[in-house]
Design a protein around this ligand. Structure first.
Ligand SMILES: Nc1ncnc2c1ncn2[C@@H]1O[C@H](COP(=O)(O)OP(=O)(O)OP(=O)(O)O)[C@@H](O)[C@H]1O
Length: 682
């Protein structure tokens, strides 16, 4: 559409009250303006003409010439267009010749450093264009905020005032600059940031295609040197890792789709925990020093040259073996902490993990790190040619079970569909899914050896394999060169038990817990005493043994058990009649409540014990209690994990732990003997 024609036909009706001179002037201006604006048709001007149509008459009566207003608008617009054009050109020349820039791709760790740096900057988070990201505070940072010690907790949950049901709402999102252009000042320098996103189309390995988003950041500054940007990146990195000091990052292989991105996307961080101090791992001192010395030497900067000069591949492998719960994983984490390394945990049982994936994962490891392959005996690593993973129970049983399953299959096929019930269907589905998972290729021994011996392994990473059954491992896997040092873990010895006990209570000894405040012991003790009465009493009113939590739930305390001013005035407790010597599984479902009365002197004794338990402890006394505790634990029978489990239930009460350990040892040994999984004492 011809704009000048439009103006000429549109204007006359509104300029009736203008002089002919004005009218001519308007037309002249419009004719001059049209080519100046450089537009044949513009929706904005069309709109303006409608506005002009409505308001033109009024402006005329007010003595304002609409033509001049139109001209002013046009000039302002033209000026703006010219300015934008000049600005863009000047910026482009400046950008090309007088700025330096650095690009950071989202596939690199630096991307995380910069994003965190930007998210922490107030000027950035106050920008008008932001991206919100879900962000969780590490649990360790929350510890100070919560008052963990409640003194009046009743069995119905009253008194508990920690509630995490809406914890996510309390965690604000993290704000980062949105896609687009941003700028900020850092250490007196002006920086421009461009956050960009592109969508890539790729063919995936299973023949399909997929779209992926890839982001990048371009940081630029004025001047021909990129030094200020390098310094900024250095600062961002330092800031990022300053929070990681005294922390160990745990990574696991990312999901299959993320792994296809490669690089840093191959691994995802699953935990960022405080470093585990070496002294918290109870192990033979000689073994500890041996492994520390070995790793220290291996990780020393001069070691790669030493190995290279002798043509020896630079890699180090350790095998930690021993019964479950004896500290193999704990030592791996402690070692990673001592040397400030991240820990990369791989489970060979992961059905989505192929041999190619494993090699790719090893190739994307950082230069120095700990790689932890847990429970390798359970991975079913088969030598090439082996049709099934090694089985411990000879061939006979294998054949028998095969025959059995064949018969079962036949039976189930013969079963008419009308006879099928839900249980049959569920069983069949389970069988199908398990056979599908066993059909999966998984990792073969040679695949694992390839990954271990691969190029990326010559880079200073430390491989730790853990197992409960070292005898079942293939010799090739643990030959020198792949496993250079073996550490044997055993169930707790007397010294280890003593050390474990002291470690458990020593750290808290000096800390002031609310239990130690002078005004609290009495009421705390009586509250806790009520639950202890439930734990300790049988219907015959005789202390027999501690009983497990499921039973305790069936022992509701009488609301009238009475507590006034910190004293138990009514010592009767309503409890369910339970024969403690019978198996817990055979508990009567509708056991009737029985009233039990306690002799006042018994209650006073228990109360005195409770109050005593809450008193601070001296190092000498702790040492004595630890010795007493260790003497009650038979050597080599309990794993440190079991002992820790027992002590954790008596977290701040070493005296109580000593008092109750005898009953616990007796009950646990009995339970082990009967091979039942049901815990009677804990
Ligand atoms: N030697 C030990 N010193 C201190 N704590 C220990 C020790 N052994 C086990 N524990 C404690 O027991 C728990 C389990 O330990 P860990 O996972 O290290 O055992 P593990 O030998 O790796 O067990 P598994 O063979 O079942 O993987 C941890 O919480 C740990 O603190």
């Amino acid at each position: 559409m011809d704009f000048s024609h439009l103006l000429r036909t549109a204007l006359p009706p509104f300029v009736g009250n203008m002089s002919a001179e004005d009218n001519n002037a308007t037309q002249n201006i419009v004719e001059t303006l049209t080519p100046l604006l450089g537009l044949q048709f513009n929706p904005f001007l069309n709109l303006f003409m409608i506005f002009y149509d409505l308001a033109g008459g009024r402006l005329g009566t007010l003595g304002l010439n609409p033509a001049y207003i139109l001209t002013s608008f046009g000039l302002a617009w033209a000026f703006n267009k010219t300015w934008v054009h000049i600005y863009a050109n000047v910026m482009s020349i400046l950008g090309r010749y007088f700025t330096a820039s650095v690009q950071v791709n989202s596939g690199d760790n630096i991307y995380d450093h910069v994003m965190k740096f930007l998210a922490n900057r107030q000027d950035m988070t106050e920008s008008r264009s932001l991206t919100a990201e879900t962000w969780f505070k590490p649990t360790s940072e929350e510890a100070d905020e919560a008052d963990l010690f409640r003194t009046k907790i009743s069995p119905d949950g009253e008194g508990v005032n920690l509630n995490f049901s809406n914890q996510e709402s309390k965690c604000p999102p993290r704000f980062t600059p949105a896609i687009g252009l941003h700028n900020f000042w850092f250490r007196g320098k002006y920086f421009a940031l461009s956050r960009q996103q592109e969508t890539l189309h790729t063919d995936n390995s299973w023949g399909g295609s997929q779209y992926r988003d890839r982001e990048s950041l371009v940081l630029s500054c004025y001047g021909r040197s990129p030094e200020p940007i390098k310094r900024l990146l250095e600062h961002a990195k330092q800031e990022y890792y300053s929070e990681h000091n005294a922390r160990t990052i745990v990574k696991r292989p990312a999901s299959q789709s993320m792994r296809s991105y490669g690089g840093r996307h191959s691994w995802s961080m699953v935990a960022n925990r405080p470093v585990r101090p070496m002294k918290t791992v109870v192990l033979d001192e000689k073994q500890k020093v041996q492994v520390l010395y070995d790793m220290n030497e291996y990780l020393h900067p001069s070691t790669p040259r030493w190995y290279a000069n002798r043509g020896i591949p630079l890699r180090r492998g350790y095998l930690f073996h021993g019964p479950p719960g004896t500290g193999k994983t704990s030592l791996s984490f402690a070692l990673a902490g001592v040397f400030g390394l991240d820990i990369y945990v791989i489970s060979l049982l992961d059905p989505s993990l192929t041999e190619e994936d494993l090699c790719a994962l090893f190739n994307s490891l950082p230069r120095r790190c700990v790689v932890l392959l847990e429970d390798i005996d359970t991975a079913g690593l088969a030598r090439p040619g082996d049709s099934t993973p090694a089985s411990e129970d000879g061939d006979d049983s294998d054949e028998k079970s095969k025959d059995k399953s064949k018969k079962k299959d036949k039976d189930s096929k013969e079963k008419k569909s009308s006879e099928w019930n839900v249980a049959d269907l569920a069983r069949e589905l389970k069988k199908q899914s398990s056979s599908e998972s066993t059909d999966k290729k998984g990792i073969s021994l040679s695949g694992l050896l390839n990954a271990i011996d691969g190029v990326a392994s010559h880079e200073g990473r430390v491989l730790i394999m853990t197992t409960n059954k070292p005898e079942t491992l293939d010799e090739a896997l643990i030959r020198p060169g792949r496993v250079d040092l073996q550490i044997a873990f055993t169930n707790a010895t007397r010294e280890q038990t003593c050390e474990l006990f002291k470690r458990m209570y020593d750290a808290d000894r000096t800390a002031t817990t609310p239990f130690q405040k002078e005004d609290r012991p009495q009421s705390t003790a009586t509250t806790r005493l009520r639950s202890r009465l439930a734990f300790f009493r049988s219907p015959s009113n005789k202390i027999t043994r501690t009983i497990s939590a499921p039973v305790v739930r069936q022992l509701p305390l009488n609301d009238n058990s009475g507590e006034k001013d910190g004293n138990l005035t009514d010592t009767s407790v309503t409890t369910t009649a339970v024969d403690l010597d019978s198996d817990l599984c055979s508990l009567p479902s509708s056991a009737s409540p029985t009233k039990i009365s306690f002799a006042p002197e018994e209650v006073s004794k228990l109360l005195a014990e409770e109050i005593d338990d809450l008193k601070p402890i001296t190092p000498e006394e702790l040492d004595k209690i630890a010795q007493g505790f260790a003497s009650k634990i038979p050597e080599g029978q309990f794993s440190p994990a079991e002992l820790q489990g027992f002590l954790l239930k008596r977290k701040r009460e070493p005296r109580r732990a000593l008092r109750e350990v005898g009953v616990w040892v007796e009950g646990t040994l009995e339970q082990k003997k009967s091979k039942t999984k049901v815990v009677r004492v804990q």
